[in-house]
Every structure is written in structure tokens, then in C-alpha cells.
Design a binder for this molecule. Structure first.
Ligand SMILES: *Cc1c(COP(=O)(O)O)cnc(C)c1O
Length: 827
């Protein structure tokens, strides 16, 4: 029969069940078990199939709704959950007790991974941003988040019969997502506009997702008001060419500030004091804020820029130059230029604006460099990554030695409520005292759940590859709930070395097929659609896995997502990570595994470099400096050695009468108790709040009334700096200690406008200072030739030391002596 049309009937809900709509709309359900249970009770099948409260509400059977609408037990649970949410949203939380904290913080990111029901992420960066919002909500940190609403999100991954990655881009319908239109008083949806090339205007409507207490505002360009080609600006995450990407980033940075301002005006939300750019993508926000300050406070470009910097935080996430977002400078000129001037800042020359993104290559506009130039505070995402970033970006502060480059670090963390299995949160709250059989029982249950999931997903994947059920009987018996289970899941990026484990295929095969003590391995990850190299690695892996002799012990699960990731982190005994050190800025998947008692087996990179303690897993050594192929050989061999000699024996050995592996469980306990608290997003957001957001807000408040003075100071310093010099310096050992002196030519600056320091320390074999400390010298008297003598007397241990003297600008409104990047050393 021919279908002439379609229609949809949605169920209707009695008033007694009205709170379910609120509970489904706020994404806090993601980390609230009792709320999830309400939807599971309402429509078990729909819930199990979607894990989506809104979809469950839309498809629940009417008779079930009618029955529950008068079921006192169920209604009591609904009311309790609604009351709990209300309290969660309203009560004062941790941040309320911080004196002088930022009134509100705008957090910008290109992607947000909050829930699989809002596909707005591709990988770690987005998940991190999602976890940041959740932890900020739990802590009551007043965040407003800004992102883009991609009509197709990232892609959905399947495999062809021959193991080649296929990408699908299903269209999302905002009305079916956990989004609410942000409405003006006249009922129209809030729209922001930005100017592109040739004066063309791009419009975007604003949606809001509620992540607990945090509003996540998403800008959506798919509106009638846009010219047809501009409607697709927010079609996909990380799709399209450089120009497409530039348009997205202009919308995110500039449109994002405008959306945040309008949102606060509309809702009475406290105005934004601090702006946090998660990666360089949103860097244009600093330009928009400079524009605002020039217009509102009648400041010059330099003054406005300096003030905007005070309250901007920039987080860099990549330790590889190739990972940085860079545009052809001429493309940026075309989008921001109107002849000689900048369209956004009409009194400012275009080249001044372009210089903000300058790097070694004059043809390139570098978004990370702009990020640093527009933010007074910047950080990497693990201790090691902080170090690497100070080296990598040292060129932006040419007078400073790398250890003094003003880039700090906040080690990433993961949201416990989201990533720890419910059984872990509810029955292992004190991991040190929980009985061994209970702990082992939870681990076994989680592993068994993962095995079920592997079977289901493997069967579905083979159907997608063209197999029929009759040949898939083996998937019902694949994997074993009692076998040591190793997980490896992350984006397929070359440096993450998906295929390192295949370096000696026979050795891996022996581990998988050991008759007594086998391992099983579950793998997932997407390759960027334009990365054929990554797709070849994936295909190579699939070729290995497809072998009927081993496919019951090793599986690749297509379409890695938040929903699947939960099973992996909950169920794997060991989490494997083998990047090329130091290219993993932090890595977070291993943290999620650790929260569940998984043991990490990882190269000492990112977070593991700082938190591996000998008890919580194993460190794969790095053969840094060798040619890549030899390095892979050596590191892969070390990985197999660890598996054969340490990991496998610890898992299967020393079992007690109940079959509990004692040595293993001791490591699990230690990981839960000691590593767990260190890897949470709660710890991370507290650090951002105390070490970045509050100082940034205070810096802005202190600087705003004096910005002209500070700008004049910076001008004076720059004009005088060529004439500033250390003419002479000396160290004299006397009975009172070592007296250090420096005779400084001030080039017309006042004595108090510079800071003079001696830098001293032991000498290495080459005669250079190592392990330096600095001593501030105080002005003492006039030196020779119109110089000023600065001096200090310090005690010193016995030994032979070197020293030098240097001059830096000094002003109480600078964030530190490194801020202007100027240092003059003694010749
Ligand atoms: C945690 C997570 C990532 C990031 O993993 P890394 O080890 O940091 O690369 C990527 N995708 C998903 C779905 C995740 O949950």
C-alpha cells in the first residue's frame, strides 16, 4: 500500500507527573541515579534503548503513564526527585563561601560533551568542557557556558566490510534535544549577529541547555535570516575548510560574548567578570571585549586590550605545533579588514589586529598566540604539559627563560558523578574498609556488564558491515566475564598509537589465547574524517581483529561515545594508553578508569607522569630521542613485557579461597582511595576558581580605575627600555654574608618602577647556572655615572656559585614581573 503521509502521537501526562518534564530537561539527570530510575520505571524498554529521558517521555505507553499517575509510591519518588533538584539548583554551595570571587565566569569551548543525548563533542576536549560545567554546577561556581549548536554534531562512525571507516551525519532536531530557546520579552528567540567578510552579516539564534545550575548557551546559524550559504556555518563540528572554521570561530568568540551579555541582561544573571577560553578557538572573544571597553569607557585600543586581558583566562591543550589552530593571515585580513582598518575596531589599524596572531611564519594567524596575548592568565592541562608549553611558547616572551614563562598548569579532572559507576559510588564510598569480596564483586559485575555490551555492540557492528544473524552466533559467546579485560579507547590520532599493540602480532596473539591466563582487549575510537592515515591504522587493526581465531578475545566497538564510554571505564580491569611522550597534554580516559578501580598501564605522559605512584598501575617506559620505528619497537616490547610479567600474574595469581586476587585488589583499593580524589573535575574546578577566576576578577577590579595609569606606565617602560642597563654587578663575601650589588642605568625611569634582582645558583660543567634562585635587590645609593646602586646581603651555603643581575618592570597592577615580557640582564 502506498503511504500518503505520516503522523506522530505523543502521550499526555497528568498534572501529578508534570515534574518529570523538568527532571528530563535539566541535564543533571546524567549524574543523578534516582532521576534515571524514574524514567527506567516509566518505560523500561524505551529507557534501555535510548538512555534519553526526553525520548522516553515522548514514547512511553499511555496506559503505563495513567497507572503511574495515580501510583502513590511512584508519585512520592517523583516529588522527592523534583524537590532534590530544586534544592540542588537553589542552595548555596562551595563557591558562595569564597570572599571576592568572580561574580560570573563565561566559559567558551568549541565542543561540549555533557551527555550522549546532546552530541556536541568529538573527544577529550569536549568531554573535559562538559565535566567542567558539571563540577562548576556541583560547586556553585557561577559559570555561563558558550558554544555552537551543530546541526549534525560530530559524525556517526560505522565500518565497511573491509574495515574502512564510514561517516554519517544525521540531522539533529533542536526541538527533540534537551534545549530551550532563549526568548526575548516579545517571545522572539534571542539572536546575535556578527560581521564577516565584505560586510556580510551572520545571524545566530541562541539555545540554552541546563547543566545543573550552569546555563550552556549554543549559537545556531541555521536560520532564515541568513543567506543560504551562511545557514551551514554551524552544520558540523570540525568539518569543512579553513574559511568555514574561521566563520565558526568568529561566531563563537564574538557572537559568544554578545550572547552572554544579552543573556545576563534578559535573565538578571550576574554580569560576567571573567572570560575563560578553553583552547584557542574562542580567541576572538578578546577582540570583542576590547571593542566593548573602547566604546563604553572611552579607552584607547592599548588601554582596552590591557584591561580585557586582566579578566581573561586562556587554557592551551596541545603540546604539538601541528595541533594549533592556524589560519592564513590573508583570510583573517579579508574577514576583519576594511582597507587599512579593522571592521570590528574601526579606529584600529588592521595590521595591529593581525599582529595579535603573529607567529614565526608571517603568512599565518595563530589562534594560540592570540590566546596568550589576550589573556593575563594562561595554563596547560597537566604539570608536564605546563612545562612543555612554557618551552613551546617561550618565543612569545623572548627575554624570559622558559621556567619563567607565565604559563601555569591545572591538571584536568573528570566528573565523578558522571564517570564512576553507580555501584562504585553507592557501595565503595570508603574503599579502604570495604570487604574484599564486596569490592571484587563490584569489579566482577562491572566486567560482566561490559562483556554483555561488547557482545551486543559487536553483533550490531557486524550487521552494519553486511553480516547476517546466521553467521554471528559466535558473538554470543565472545569475551568472558572472568578474563582480565584491557581497554583502549580514544580518538585515532597518530601520536596516540592505536596500533602499537600490533607491533609483534604473535606476542599479542599468545597473550589473547593463553589457555590458562588469557587477556581480552576492547578498543574504540573515531578517526577524523579527513585523516586517511588514521583510517588506515583503524583498517589495519580491524584486519587483525577479524581473524576468527582471536575475534572472541579482541573487539573494536564502532562509534565511541559518552554512552559507550561508561561501560568501558566501569568494566575494564586495565586501561592502556601508549602515546608518544610528551604529546598527550593530559589524557582523561585513564582518570575515568581509575575512578572505577581500573589500573592504568600507560606511558608516563600527561596526568600519569604526575600521578603514577607505583601502586596504581604500571608505567611503560619511553624511548625518547630514538628514530620513530626503533622507538615503537622498544616501547611495544616493554608493553608486552609488563603484560606478561606483571599485569597478567597480578590478576590471576594469589587468589584466596573465594577466588579474590589479593595483590590485585590492594592496587584497586589504593587507586580508588588515593588516585581517585586527585583526578576529579571537582579538584580541577576548585583550582581554576581559586588560582585563576578569583585572581582574574580581582585584577580587573583593581586595574579598571587605574587603567590609564597602567597603560601610561607600559608606554613609559617601552620607551625607556632600550636605555635600561645593568652597568656593573658584583658579589662580595664578607662576615655578614654575600653582598650582591648592581649598578643600574634607569633610562629616565623612577627607582621604584623597576625591580632589580640577582639570580644565583650552582654552576654546571659548562659554567652555566643551574637550579637558580632570585634575590630582590633594594635601591641603596647613587652608583657611578648617574646609575643607581641596588644591593642585598644574603647568607649562602658553602660552595662555588655563579650569579648575574637583571632588571624587570615593576607596577603593582602587573600580574607579575614577567607580564610585559621585558627583562634586561647584565652583559
Ligand atoms: C574521556 C573521553 C575521551 C578522551 O580520552 P583521552 O584518553 O583523553 O584521549 C574521548 N572520547 C570519549 C567519549 C571520552 O569519554
Amino acid at each position: 500500500m502506498h503511504v500518503t503521509g505520516t503522523f506522530t502521537v505523543e502521550p499526555s501526562y497528568p498534572p501529578s507527573l508534570a515534574p518529570l518534564a523538568t527532571l528530563a530537561q535539566n541535564l543533571r539527570w546524567v549524574w543523578d541515579g534516582p532521576t534515571q530510575d524514574l524514567f527506567a520505571t516509566l518505560a523500561p524498554q524505551q529507557w534501555a534503548a535510548t538512555l534519553d529521558p526526553l525520548e522516553t517521555l515522548r514514547t512511553a505507553p499511555q496506559d503505563r503513564i495513567d497507572a503511574l499517575g495515580v501510583d502513590e509510591g511512584y508519585l512520592a519518588r517523583v516529588d522527592a526527585a523534583a524537590e532534590d533538584l530544586r534544592r540542588y539548583l537553589d542552595e548555596p554551595r562551595w563557591a558562595a563561601g569564597i570572599p571576592g570571587g568572580a561574580r560570573a565566569v563565561a566559559y567558551f569551548s568549541m565542543e561540549f560533551g555533557v551527555s550522549q543525548t546532546l552530541p556536541n563533542y568529538s573527544g577529550g576536549l569536549g568531554i573535559l568542557a562538559g565535566d567542567h560545567l558539571k563540577a562548576a554546577s556541583d560547586l556553585g561556581v557561577p559559570l555561563v557556558a558558550l558554544g555552537l549548536m551543530y546541526r549534525s554534531g560530530y559524525f556517526k562512525q560505522t565500518l565497511s566490510a573491509d574495515g574502512w571507516q564510514q561517516e554519517q551525519y544525521p540531522q539533529l532536531d533542536p526541538s527533540r534535544l534537551p534545549l530551550t530557546p532563549v526568548l526575548l520579552s516579545d517571545g522572539q528567540q534571542l539572536t546575535v549577529s556578527v560581521t564577516l567578510d565584505r560586510g556580510r552579516v551572520l545571524h545566530a539564534i541562541v539555545w540554552r541547555a541546563d547543566v545543573g545550575r550552569v546555563p550552556l548557551l549554543l549559537l545556531d546559524a541555521d536560520v532564515d535570516a541568513n543567506e543560504p550559504d551562511l545557514r551551514s556555518v554551524t552544520d558540523r563540528l570540525y568539518g569543512g575548510d579553513a574559511e568555514h572554521r574561521l566563520r565558526q570561530e568568529i561566531l563563537l568568540g564574538i557572537g559568544g560574548v554578545r550572547a552572554a551579555r544579552a543573556y545576563c541582561d534578559l535573565t538578571g544573571h550576574p554580569g560576567i567578570e571573567v572570560f575563560h577560553a578553553n583552547e584557542g578557538h574562542a580567541g576572538f572573544l578578546g577582540l570583542e571585549r576590547t571593542r566593548e571597553l573602547m566604546a563604553e569607557q572611552d579607552l584607547t585600543f592599548d588601554e582596552a586590550l590591557a584591561l580585557a586581558r586582566c579578566s581573561t583566562v586562556f587554557t592551551t591543550h596541545t603540546p604539538v605545533p601541528a595541533g594549533i589552530d592556524r589560519f592564513p593571515a590573508d583570510l583573517v585580513r579579508r574577514y576583519f579588514g576594511d582597507g587599512e582598518t579593522c571592521v570590528l575596531l574601526p579606529t584600529v589599524g588592521l595590521e595591529r589586529m593581525i599582529a595579535l596572531g603573529a607567529e614565526a611564519d608571517p603568512g599565518v594567524f595563530n589562534m594560540a598566540h592570540m590566546g596568550f596575548r589576550l589573556a593575563q592568565r594562561a595554563n596547560g592541562v597537566s604539570r608536564l604539559h605546563g612545562e612543555v608549553s612554557r618551552e613551546m611558547f617561550a618565543g612569545l616572551w623572548p627575554d624570559l627563560v622558559p621556567s619563567e614563562v607565565p604559563i601555569g598548569s591545572v591538571t584536568n579532572g573528570v566528573h565523578r558523578g558522571t564517570w564512576a559507576a553507580r555501584a562504585v559510588r553507592e557501595s565503595l564510598s570508603d574503599p579502604l574498609t570495604v570487604p574484599s569480596d564486596v569490592l571484587w564483586g563490584v569489579r566482577n559485575t562491572q566486567r560482566a556488564n561490559l562483556v554483555d555490551e561488547v557482545r551486543t555492540r559487536t553483533r550490531a557492528a557486524w550487521r552494519d558491515r553486511g553480516a547476517v544473524d546466521a553467521e554471528l552466533g559466535w558473538t554470543e559467546r565472545m569475551f568472558d566475564p572472568d578474563v582480565l579485560t584491557i581497554g583502549f579507547a580514544r580518538r585515532v590520532s597518530t601520536y596516540k598509537r592505536l596500533t602499537l599493540m600490533l607491533r609483534e602480532p604473535d606476542r599479542l596473539r599468545r597473550l589473547l589465547l593463553d589457555p590458562e591466563r588469557p587477556i581480552q582487549v576492547v578498543i574504540a575510537g573515531k578517526s577524523h574524517p579527513a585523516d586517511d592515515g588514521g583510517k588506515h591504522l583503524l583498517q589495519q587493526l580491524i584486519g587483525f581483529i577479524d581473524d576468527p581465531a582471536i575475534r572472541h578475545r579482541i573487539a573494536f566497538l564502532p562509534n565511541y561515545s559518552i554512552g559507550m564510554a561508561g561501560y568501558l571505564y566501569h568494566g575494564c580491569d586495565v586501561w592502556l594508553n601508549n602515546p608518544l611522550r610528551p604529546l598527550e597534554a593530559c589524557g582523561t580516559s585513564g582518570m575515568k578508569s581509575a575512578l572505577n578501580g581500573g589500573l592504568n598501564l600507560s606511558v608516563l605522559d600527561g596526568w600519569w607522569d604526575e600521578l603514577y605512584d607505583g601502586e596504581n598501575g604500571w608505567a611503560i617506559p619511553s624511548a625518547v630521542g630514538l628514530d620513530p620505528s626503533r622507538r615503537d619497537d622498544i616501547e611495544a616490547a616493554a608493553l608486552y613485557d609488563l603484560l606478561e610479567n606483571d599485569v597478567v600474574p597480578a590478576f590471576y595469581g594469589q587468589r584466596d579461597e573465594q577466588g579474590v586476587p589479593k595483590q590485585w585488589l590492594a592496587k584497586v583499593r589504593h587507586t580508588l582511595a588515593v588516585t581517585g580524589p586527585e583526578v576529579t573535575a571537582d579538584r580541577m574546578v576548585r583550582e581554576y576558581t581559586m588560582d585563576y577566576y578569583r585572581p582574574a576578577a580581582q585584577s580587573y577590579r583593581a586595574t579598571a580605575p587605574h587603567i590609564r595609569e597602567l597603560a601610561a606606565f607600559a608606554d613609559r617602560i617601552h620607551a625607556a627600555w632600550d636605555d635600561v642597563a645593568v652597568q656593573d654587578s658584583a658579589a662580595t663575601v664578607g662576615p655578614a654574608g654575600v653582598t650582591l650589588t648592581a649598578d643600574v642605568a634607569l633610562g629616565g625611569l623612577a627607582v621604584g618602577e623597576v625591580r632589580v634582582e640577582a639570580v644565583l645558583g650552582p654552576l654546571d660543567e659548562a659554567g652555566a647556572l643551574e637550579g637558580t634562585s632570585t634575590v630582590q635587590l633594594a635601591p641603596a645609593r647613587a652608583g657611578a655615572d648617574g646609575t643607581v646602586r641596588y644591593q642585598a646581603t644574603v647568607s649562602s651555603p658553602v660552595g662555588h656559585f655563579g650569579f648575574t643581575a637583571r632588571v624587570l618592570p615593576r607596577h603593582e597592577l602587573l600580574s607579575g614581573p614577567a607580564e610585559l615580557g621585558l627583562v634586561r640582564y647584565a652583559k
